[in-house]
Design a protein around this ligand. Structure first.
Ligand code: NAP
Length: 269
């Protein structure tokens, strides 16, 4: 019987690349995201690898939808060998221009989304005493990023959740890891929110981000998929993907200098 992975945010970007990576390696796959049409296309691609696929339209911020996702997935496949919490959205802008509704949306998706899936999937993993939980964080969960307070809050929280949960679950046979991407040339601009004092400032931020996505050092979705795959295979604790590994290490060793340089690099935006 094939192993089975459940991936949130599996319809696009890094989540889709991860779904196809696991399918190519002979795993059956459940994919979840809000838009069902894109999920169904990914399910067709998984089946083209000869694997079983389940596509479940789900908003990970809604506990009842996540509970339904996990039970449908367990009904079809019997067990979840790996849970990949990848769904996430990005917000750039100053705190003063970030509404409470923005905060809720970021935290509901990037943090509560992971809490919901883990809460629902954990009893079945604990009863088998095996399984892997991989959260997709961000280098913004390892170092501060300018104008990204809400996003970094969600990703630092995910780092804390992962590290604490690992302490608790590894003696019970369950692997818990976190992949921290740097900037990915994915589909995230579709959902990314840009805020500013006015429309021009928000548009300037959007344009700066769009321009950055063409840079050579930016990761591709397949790089994240490869890191998630390796993390599950080797039961790794943490990986930082791409040149972001250098930035986070610099910030660890020389926080004042790194943060001063970050501020300078972004002060015109
Ligand atoms: N892109 C970057 O530069 C970057 C950098 C560091 C970390 N990351 C992290 O890497 C992960 C993947 O990012 P990506 O760039 O591949 O994103 P992406 O291309 O925008 O894809 C995001 C996926 O998440 C789904 N999603 C969004 N909100 C959701 C919700 N409430 N419920 C369920 N699914 C939801 C989307 O589908 P629907 O919209 O249909 O729901 C889509 O499938 C995220 O956790 C992100 O924070 C990204």
């Amino acid at each position: 019987m094939a192993l089975h992975v459940l991936i949130t945010g599996g319809s696009q970007g890094a989540g889709k690349a991860t779904a196809l990576k696991f399918a190519a390696q002979g795993w059956d796959v459940t994919v979840a995201a809000r838009a069902g049409d894109r999920l169904n296309q990914v399910a067709d691609q998984i089946q083209n690898y000869g694997q079983k696929a389940l596509a479940v339209p789900t908003d990970v911020g809604k506990a009842e939808q996540v509970n339904a996702l996990i039970s449908q997935s367990l009904d079809k496949f019997g067990q979840i060998d790996a849970l990949i919490n990848n769904a996430g959205i990005c917000l750039t802008g100053p705190m003063a221009n970030t509404s409470l509704e923005d905060w809720r949306q970021i935290l509901d998706t990037n943090l509560w989304g992971c809490i919901h899936t883990i809460h629902a999937a954990l009893p079945a993993m604990l009863s088998r005493g095996q399984g892997s939980i991989v959260n997709v964080g961000s280098f913004g969960g390892k170092m501060p990023l300018p104008q990204m307070t809400a996003y970094c809050t969600s990703k630092y929280a995910l780092t804390g959740l992962t590290e604490s949960l690992r302490l608790e679950l590894s003696p019970q046979g369950i692997h818990v890891g976190i992949v921290h991407p740097g900037v990915i040339n994915s589909d995230f601009m579709e959902r990314a929110m840009f805020r500013g004092k006015n429309e021009d400032e928000a548009t300037g931020r959007r344009q700066q981000m769009s321009k950055m996505l063409g840079d050579r050092w930016v990761s591709q979705p397949e790089d994240i998929a490869a890191a998630v795959w390796t993390m599950v295979q080797k039961r790794q604790a943490e990986t930082i993907v791409g040149p972001a590994a250098i930035a986070t290490e610099l910030n660890r060793l020389l926080p004042q200098l790194t943060q001063w340089a970050l501020g300078k690099a972004t002060e015109s935006v």
